[in-house]
Every structure is written in structure tokens, then in C-alpha cells.
Design a protein around this ligand. Structure first.
Ligand code: SDX
Length: 432
């Protein structure tokens, strides 16, 4: 059967080109536009990549119309309810759910990379106590590229794998240290007898004076949040890691680039912005005023935690997180946080009944409810995006490994449509 193609005709010159289709296992096919420039002298133009596939990938599938999210084919709802961080991290990295033996070996690998070089502590002390933890994360994670000279050959699959293990293992340690630095408490070392989420909570909240009482509900809630934040196909930060990695840059430097991109309030920084917005709104009576502002094109205010480039239906992660909010708040801190949660529910109800949001398919996204749970776990607002970064590191390293393992991998180098000045002659300053 002949290959599926799409014919593009340049009506201006009459030239035509048949472009082959790139067929996926599910979801939209792609048009391979690589011959476009050589055949028609034209570029595909798509600022913001609304209709552009930058690669093919087998890691995560999203159906934005149906509100579907699958990691390696497994619905995220099933993983969130039945799996845990390390098992799902293994699935994203290696493509299959691990056997008991594989999971045990993976856990041992990760556990034995959780410590950071003692000299790294000096980096934290170079920041003022009021530095935003995401600024600290960008700096300290980037500085890991100055270490590990034993595994810097990124053409070596084993070096790539150990770099991925090190990144997943060290993110919680660096994140907790970023927090401890802002509150002037001593860093807490990782413990290999605790699981990934329990170990992180212990590094965040225990002190030399007293141990942190482990709470299975909090660990369960954190496992769910980390699983739901782990990957999301070619989102801005994962696309950043891929582009940085395409030049064969140091993997830790690429992850630092991903952290920088995630920090923006249009992306992962939205979870912190949602809590600031809810605190600014304050009471359900003021919700209509803020919905009016979100609709006003003259007002830069947007409803943080609402809308999504791909989801034009409910973000499945937001639905699961909202459900977990009920469970966590009911047991962990009903008095302190219910008002904020009630306000979020009211905001969602009024926004979702407003034509502006309905017509634009604006639903709560992953960031709308997550901060409420983080707060109930005792995590401060300025650490919410750091939490996102810990989880998304699994997606970032999985995409980096998938890209670097592709023998056809090339440097990413987008073109542009130039609209600036045409050639002109230099004019000496005395004649300007
Ligand atoms: C994440 O890509 C990913 O997968 C990201 C992520 C992941 O897991 O990696 O899912 C995580 O980043 C979630 C998004 C978190 N960001 C926010 O919650 C910030 C608030 N949301 C928006 O800024 C916005 O919705 C984006 C950035 C999420 C999406 O922007 P798009 O796709 O460029 O959409 P757009 O800005 O073109 O909006 C379309 C219309 C516009 O109105 P019109 O020009 O058509 O009249 O919807 C309006 C926008 O003004 N709109 C909003 C709005 N979001 C979109 N209006 C008010 N409040 C909002 N939140």
C-alpha cells in the first residue's frame, strides 16, 4: 500500500510537494515537513508550537479533547491509585512496569545516589536566606555538571543511565536543602531505610532535636502528587531539556534548564501563583470580581491554575488532586485549610458556569488544587514549584534518555521568518 502523504501546493508559484505522514500508535499523525524548505523554499510557521510535533516519543500520551493522560500506555488514574513513585519512575524510564527484582535493584540504585557532595553545601550558603528556592535549585542542580567526571560520556548508555539515576535520587536532597537554607535549619541527610516520599518529608521537616513523625497518609498523598506531575509529553520544560540536550550538553546542565523553564507562572510556577491568588481573593464574596478581571483583556490578571494548551477538557490530574484534597484536609488539617479549599471549589464552580471559560474550554489544570495539599503537608508556597520539579525530573530524564538513545538524533535548530530591516549601509555616528 502506498505511503500516506499530504500534498502542499504553493498557489503563488504553482509548485507542489508530497509530504509523507508520520503515523502514531494513537492520537494525531504528523506531516513530515522536512522537505518543505528544500522543495518549496518555504518554512512551517508555528510560534508557540500549537500544531507542531518536535519529535516522536513513546513515553506519554495525552488526548486533550477527552482529558486522557497515559504513561507508557497506562492511564495515570490507575498508576496514581495503585503504584508509587519509584515504580512509576521505572516505567517512564524503561517502558515497562518492573518485576519485584527489577524494582528492588532500581531502588538500591536510587538510594545509593541520594547524597550530594559535601562541597555542594557551600553553594547553598552563597544564597541569602530569602532567595527563592527555585533560584537555588537552578544554581545547585546546574553545578552538578561540575562533578561526576566518571560518567560524562553521554554517548555511553551506562553513563546516561547513571546520570539519570543520580538526578532522580538527588533532587529531593537538593530540594530539602534549599528549604532548610531559607529557614536557617541544618540540612538533614537522606535515609536509605525510608521510601522516596518519606525520605523527602524527613529531610524537609526533621531536625537534630527531634525526629519527624512519619504519616502514611502524607506519604500516600505525596506519592500521588509526584506520580501525577511526573511527565506530560512535550511541555515547555521537557521541550527545553530536549533542546538543550540535543547539542549534547551535560545532562545536569540540561535539567537545570528545565527547572528554569518550569519556574515560569505560565508553567509550573502556576501552583505557587494559585495560592497567592486564592489568598488575594480571600473570601467567596470576592470571587465574581476576580472572574471579571480574568475576562478583562485590559487587565493582565489571569485565573491561575486554569486553562491548558492541550487539555480542552478537565485535566485528569486536577480531578484526582481535588479528590485527594478532600481526603488529606479531612484527616490532616480540617480547620487550617478548608477555607482555602472551599474558596477554590467556589472559584471553579463560578468560572465553569461562565460563558467566557466555557467557550474557551478553560478548566482547572494540575496546578489549581495541588498547592492546597502541599500546604496541608506543611510545605510553604515558595516550595510548590520545587515539588513539581522533583517529580518532573523523571519525565525530563526519560525524554533526555529517549532522545540521546535515538541514533538519528540531531541538534534542534528552529528557523524563523525574518521581518526586520533589509540590507542598508552603515552610517557614522557624526552623520546620524
Ligand atoms: C502547566 O504544557 C503542559 O503540559 C504544562 C503542564 C505540565 O504538566 O507540564 O500541564 C503544567 O504548565 C499547567 C498550566 C499552568 N499555568 C497556569 O495555570 C497559568 C494560567 N493559564 C494560562 O496562562 C494559559 O491557559 C496557559 C499558559 C496554560 C495556556 O496558554 P495558551 O495555550 O497559549 O492559551 P491562550 O493564552 O492562547 O488562551 C486562549 C484564550 C485566550 O483568550 P482569547 O485571546 O481567545 O480571547 O483563553 C484565555 C486567553 O486570554 N485564557 C485565560 C486563561 N487561560 C487562557 N483567560 C483567563 N485566565 C486564564 N487562566
Amino acid at each position: 500500500m502506498s505511503k500516506k502523504t499530504v500534498t502542499i501546493t504553493n498557489n503563488w508559484t504553482g509548485k507542489q510537494v508530497d509530504l509523507p505522514l508520520v503515523e502514531g500508535s494513537q492520537g494525531p499523525y504528523g506531516i513530515d515537513v522536512r522537505p518543505l524548505y528544500s522543495e518549496l523554499g518555504l518554512l512551517a510557521y508555528d510560534p508557540g508550537f500549537f500544531s507542531t510535533a518536535s519529535c516522536s516519543s513513546q513515553i506519554t500520551y495525552i488526548d486533550g479533547e477527552e482529558g486522557v493522560l497515559q504513561y507508557r500506555g497506562y492511564p495515570v488514574e490507575q498508576l496514581a491509585e495503585q503504584s508509587n513513585f519509584l515504580e512509576t519512575a521505572y516505567l517512564l524510564m524503561y517502558g515497562e512496569l518492573p518485576t519485584l527484582t527489577q524494582l528492588s535493584a532500581f531502588r538500591t540504585q536510587i538510594c545509593h545516589h541520594t547524597m550530594i557532595n559535601e562541597s555542594l553545601k557551600n553553594f547553598f550558603h552563597g544564597f541569602h536566606y530569602d532567595a527563592h528556592p527555585m533560584a537555588v535549585m537552578v544554581g545547585v542542580v546546574g553545578s552538578l555538571s561540575a562533578f561526576y567526571h566518571d560518567s560524562l560520556d553521554i554517548r555511553d548508555p551506562e553513563h546516561r543511565e547513571v546520570s539519570a539515576h543520580r538526578m532522580i535520587a538527588k533532587m529531593p536532597t537538593i530540594a530539602a536543602a534549599s528549604y532548610k537554607h531559607t529557614i536557617g535549619e541544618p540540612f538533614v541527610y537522606p535515609r536509605n531505610d525510608l521510601d522516596y516520599c518519606g525520605n523527602f518529608l524527613n529531610m524537609m521537616f526533621s531536625t537534630p532535636c527531634e525526629p519527624y513523625p512519619m504519616d502514611p497518609l502524607k506519604e500516600k498523598a505525596l506519592n500521588l502528587l509526584f506520580i501525577l506531575h511526573m511527565d506530560h509529553e512535550q511541555n515547555a520544560s521537557s521541550a527545553t531539556v530536549r533542546l538543550a540536550g540535543s547539542s549534547q550538553a551535560n545532562p545536569f546542565a540540561c535539567i537545570a534548564a528545565g527547572i528554569a523553564s518550569l519556574w515560569g507562572p505560565a508553567h509550573g510556577g502556576a501552583n505557587e501563583a494559585v495560592l497567592e491568588m486564592l489568598e488575594q481573593i480571600g473570601t467567596p464574596e470576592r470571587v465574581p470580581e476576580f472572574i471579571r478581571r480574568a475576562k478583562d483583556k485590559e487587565d493582565p490578571f489571569r485565573l491561575m491554575g486554569f486553562g491548558h494548551r492541550v487539555y480542552k477538557n478537565y485535566d485528569p490530574r486536577a480531578r484526582l488532586i481535588r479528590k485527594t484534597c478532600h481526603e488529606v484536609l479531612a484527616q490532616v488539617a480540617p480547620d487550617a485549610y478548608n477555607p482555602i479549599f472551599e474558596l477554590a471549589l467556589k472559584l471553579e464552580e463560578l468560572a465553569r458556569s461562565d460563558d467566557y471559560f466555557i467557550e474557551r474550554n478553560l478548566y482547572p489544570n494540575v496546578d489549581f488544587y495541588s498547592g492546597i495539599i502541599y500546604r496541608a503537608l506543611g510545605i510553604p508556597n515558595n516550595m510548590f514549584t520545587v515539588m513539581f520539579a522533583i517529580a518532573r525530573t523523571v519525565g525530563w530524564v526519560s525524554h533526555w534518555m529517549e532522545m540521546m538513545g535515538d541514533p538519528g538524533q540531531r541538534i534542534g535548530r528552529p528557523r524563523q521568518v525574518y521581518t526586520g530591516a533589509t540590507e542598508r549601509v552603515y552610517c557614522p555616528i557624526e552623520r546620524r
